[in-house]
Design a protein around this ligand. Structure first.
Ligand code: FCB
Length: 420
């Protein structure tokens, strides 16, 4: 961190990000609830957003944050195949209106890891015949919300969804197969293109932004050829396939003929870049990367490495010239507010360095506003919020990090001497 204050441009977009299931929780008919009932994943009572979203928008606005990324829980909107629940769509519409009334722009994501049970039972996205179901839901929901929201995402972290649900088998539908992961890579890319088209069919002036998490694959020991090869292989598939597909429309996957989906080119008006930590390929498998042994570690065991964010933004900017970037998630799991503030400050400084080096990064969305459910930890010490809540009363309380970020936003600069 330099000594001098780092100015932040006036038109910088400050936001927070969340997802429907993580914030709303509840007994919705999705595959995640089913897996929790089977004891495979933690249960999710939610943080009360479904009932109290209005209050959250006002609280966020009071911190000077003017953008809120939320998502739609598909299983609420279409609990049975082809039956859309108008009350659920209406609730999302009112949430978007409440955000706008508070001076906050809603960014609506249509898929964030959870599938309606009926969709999962039919084989989910792995079955190409099911894609039309998703696209009908995308178009119906965009049509219902479009006058109330103008910023959309087809899906969150499509490549991490493939890794966790189809390569490592950690998330529903718990498939662990390289072959399935390659099939799914093709499918999520095609769905990005088709989903964007479905949204634009409602109104071509709606903005469609992609969201991917940058994993920054590195060898733990750059002098070890096997580690370098493992990191490069992963990187070529995970980041390489995605960036090539978005820039050229061509999908190239190992052992498969290349496929061109022309409307993948330009399928995102803006690239949403999520970043938490860097990935090290070492002698004992995969871990988080750090330059120094004593680098700080968060509550999920990940080392802090802000340089991965700076270099990742520059790489995406080079790969997709003319496409603006937005950090759509960054934050850390902790109960230590000093740790969170230092983490956010270091990543904001990295973002500003990437901008200074030419990456067109328009803003920073913090994950998350109010503490919420984390996929494998449930409600634990792995808390990402700028705002805490009491599980009994659901009363919200702004944390030190929330007040600190508000002062950065109000002052328009990052002042190193004000970082605890
Ligand atoms: C991201 C996910 C998000 C949240 C954060 C901590 O990878 O998109 O849902 O769990 O990690």
């Amino acid at each position: 961190m330099p000594d001098a204050a780092l100015p932040i441009p006036d038109d910088f977009l400050w936001g927070v990000a969340s997802s429907a299931f993580q914030a709303e929780g509840g007994d919705v008919p999705n595959d995640w609830v089913e897996a929790a009932q089977q004891g495979r994943l933690p249960p999710n009572p939610g943080n009360g957003f479904w009932e109290r979203g209005e209050e959250d928008f006002a609280l966020v606005a009071s911190l000077g944050i003017r953008h809120y990324r939320l998502s739609v829980e598909w299983s609420r909107v279409e609990p049975e195949r082809g039956r859309f629940d108008s009350a659920a769509l209406d609730r999302y519409r009112r949430l978007c209106d409440a955000a706008r009334a508070a001076g906050v722009t809603p960014w609506v994501n249509l898929f964030h890891f959870t599938h309606p049970r009926w969709f999962a039972t039919r084989g989910g996205f792995r079955e190409p015949a099911n894609h039309a179901d998703f696209l009908r839901y995308v178009e119906t929901t965009a049509r219902a919300l479009a006058p109330h929201a103008r910023h959309f995402h087809v899906q969150n972290e499509s490549m991490v969804y493939v890794v966790s649900s189809y390569l490592l088998g950690q998330n529903p539908p718990f498939v662990a197969s390289r072959d399935a992961a390659f099939d799914m890579t093709r499918h999520v890319l095609a769905l990005q293109a088709d989903g964007a088209r479905a949204i634009k069919s409602v109104d071509p002036s709606l903005l469609v932004a992609g969201i991917e998490v940058y994993l920054d694959a590195r060898p733990r020991d750059p002098a070890d050829p096997a580690q370098c090869a493992a990191a490069e292989r992963f990187d070529a598939w995970y980041h390489g396939t995605l960036l090539e597909a978005l820039s050229t429309g061509w999908i190239r996957l190992p052992g498969r003929p290349p496929e061109e989906i022309p409307h993948l080119r330009g399928a995102v008006d803006l690239f949403g870049f999520n970043y938490y930590s860097s990935t090290a390929f070492g002698p004992d498998g995969v871990d988080s990367f750090a330059e120094r042994e004593d680098a700080p570690v968060d509550r999920m065991g990940r080392h802090v490495f802000p340089r991965g964010l700076e270099e990742g933004l520059l790489r995406v900017a080079r790969a997709l010239p003319g496409v603006p970037l937005l950090v759509t998630e960054n934050g850390c799991p902790t109960t230590d507010e000093r740790f969170r503030i230092r983490y956010v400050a270091a990543h904001l400084a990295a973002l500003l360095r990437a901008r200074a080096r030419g990456a067109d990064v328009r803003g920073y969305f913090h994950w998350t506003a109010v503490d919420n459910y984390e996929w494998h930890q449930g409600f634990s010490d792995a808390r990402f919020g700028l705002i805490g809540f009491d599980p009994q009363t659901q009363r919200r309380t702004v944390k030190d990090s929330g007040r600190w970020l508000a002062s950065v936003i109000a002052g328009g600069r990052l002042i190193p001497s004000e970082i605890p």
